[in-house]
Design a protein around this ligand. Structure first.
Ligand SMILES: Cc1cc2nc3c(=O)[nH]c(=O)nc-3n(C[C@H](O)[C@H](O)[C@H](O)COP(=O)(O)OP(=O)(O)OC[C@H]3O[C@@H](n4cnc5c(N)ncnc54)[C@H](O)[C@@H]3O)c2cc1C
Length: 489
């Protein structure tokens, strides 16, 4: 293993892993290099067997267990440059992790760069922008922006990493009103495979800037982003939870309802199986339900008016719709807090006609034995369907819905989630326009033939060219990797 041919120290954990110079205490093997890397970092290097290694390699999604050759727990761009240069010169591939919400391939034998200590957030309320460092979660940006009536284009779960989310497109709660989070990026600081820190924006490294926004972690380690914020002190939103037996009526009504909506309304539908868990609200505990989620950017009365026909469909188990501060928007989807092992799949749908809805109801509805926790349809279109002023690599502007599936492998009922998810993907093929944007793909969608379906052919060629320029040796390969366009690549 390349990592073990390097050095040889076991770095002592300091309990918190967040302060002071590293204490290198115990020689564990022979070689050269890690001492050199440790000396170059303000952060800490962890080797297999060292205290703290296990804590550092685990993330939110436990479905993929990483066994990196070493972990660099970095504190800033200088650490990232040193870690990438070290990896490049020792022939080690590089993986990046912040929260571990997004899994692809196990980062085995890689140098894993953990960014969670890079916590800088700076809001410029006059320009309506934020500068965020690589380790920041959305909850932090939401909190810092709120006093100015501003909000980021965050998604369903405020504890996801803001940078990973944005690079993967960033399909947010207000997506139809404002577009993808990636559409609002102003500039990107990124350490590419040569160990060079570059600032990419529309007039500088323009191809790299285009590729990073949608092509995610393929081109380097992003150390910070400057993002545009939107004015959204409050929104009207929440969820309507109906009994699972009403699934057909609700899905067909929802599908028709989405045909004629203002861009200010973003919504989704989900078949959900709630575990028997005290954390789950009592009316939902242990039940199957259908969950409609709404986020309306506009006066609450207008939002109320728009959702009224759906509210009247049948008696809901729970109705959480209300005028709310943006800071409460994590309650709209109410995603499980984790960590959890999750098997996930994602596809884009060209349309959701009556037949497509019936197929889904048969596969995931109340009369099915579907073991997936979540079968979700997010309504696209609006600003999500328009190219931003500065084009990006975010795929699928013409899709009508995104279908996302999530299940816990080895669930209590013993039913395998993987084949069920595969069957749904296969049966929805007639309506499918390719795999979803990279944020909604898991380990099962990491193969090159799957990634080829994410992007349009011309964009895929351009992404492959940018990858060839900035990552010629494919150092950054533990992700949903852009395939090479070379024969056999
Ligand atoms: C509960 C839940 C809800 C979600 N909701 C949404 C949603 O509403 N909308 C949406 O678009 N997505 C959503 N996602 C997907 C999420 O945005 C992605 O999983 C995203 O990658 C999370 O980033 P992270 O840094 O937290 O995860 P990590 O697992 O730490 O990182 C995932 C990948 O992102 C890349 N990456 C992360 N940081 C960097 C960096 N600094 N430089 C280069 N590459 C980097 C790497 O390829 C890395 O492997 C959700 C995921 C979960 C689990």
């Amino acid at each position: 293993m390349p990592g073990n041919s390097g050095v040889l120290v076991r770095a002592a954990a300091n309990g918190t892993g967040d302060s002071g110079p590293p204490r290198v205490t115990e020689p564990v093997t022979e070689g050269a290099g890690i001492r050199e890397l440790q000396a170059a970092l303000a952060g800490q290097v962890y080797l297999p067997g060292s205290l703290g290694y296990d804590r550092q390699r685990r993330g939110h999604n436990l479905a993929v267990a990483h066994a990196p050759a070493m972990i660099a727990d970095v504190t800033g761009p200088a650490d990232v440059m040193a870690a990438v240069s070290y990896a490049a010169s020792h022939g080690l591939p590089v993986a990046v992790r912040n929260t571990g919400h997004g899994v692809s391939l196990p980062a085995d034998e890689a140098l894993l760069i953990a960014t969670h200590r890079m916590q800088g957030v700076r809001i410029d309320p006059y320009a309506g922008v934020a500068r965020i460092e690589a380790g920041v979660r959305w909850s932090r940006v939401i909190h810092e922006a709120a006093p100015f009536g501003l909000a980021p284009l965050s998604g369903s779960a405020p504890d996801t990493g803001a940078v990973g989310y944005t690079l993967g497109g960033g399909l947010g709660l207000l997506g139809r009103a404002f577009g993808y989070a990636a559409d609002h990026v102003r500039s990107i600081d990124v350490v590419t495979a040569s160990g060079t820190l570059r600032t990419a924006h529309q007039d500088q490294y323009a191809d790299l800037f285009w590729a990073l926004r949608g092509g995610k972690g393929n081109f380097g380690v992003v150390t910070s982003l400057e993002i545009g914020l939107v004015r959204a002190p409050r929104i009207f939103g929440g969820g309507l939870y109906f009994p699972g037996r009403a699934a057909a009526e609700v899905l067909h009504a929802y599908r028709r309802w989405t045909r004629d909506l203002p861009d200010a309304m973003t919504s989704s539908f989900a078949f959900t199986r709630f575990p028997w868990d005290r954390e789950v609200p009592e009316p939902l505990r242990g039940r199957s339900a259908v969950h409609l989620r709404f986020a309306f950017h506009g006066p609450a009365a207008d939002g109320e008016g728009l959702v009224a026909p759906l509210r009247r469909l049948t008696v809901p188990l729970l109705d959480t719709l209300r005028d709310m501060p943006y800071a409460d928007t994590g309650s709209i989807h109410n995603d499980p807090p984790g960590p959890l092992a999750v098997h996930e799949r994602g596809v884009r749908l060209r349309e959701l006609d009556e037949d497509a809805a019936d197929v889904l109801i048969g596969l995931a509805g109340p009369d099915s034995t579907c073991p997936l926790r979540l079968v979700e349809l997010r309504h696209l279109g609006g600003a999500l369907g328009r190219e931003p002023e500065v084009p990006s690599a975010v795929p699928g502007r013409d899709a009508a819905f995104q279908l996302y599936l999530a299940g816990v492998p080895g669930g209590a009922d013993g039913m395998q989630v993987e084949p069920v998810a595969q069957e749904i993907v296969d049966r929805m093929e007639p309506w499918t326009a390719g795999a979803a944007s990279l944020n909604f793909l898991g380990a099962a969608d990491a193969a090159p033939e799957r990634i080829r379906t994410v992007f349009a052919p011309a964009d895929l060629r351009r992404l492959a060219e940018v990858k060839r320029i900035y990552d010629p040796d494919r150092l950054f390969r533990f992700n949903h990797n852009i395939p090479s366009m070379r024969p056999g690549g």
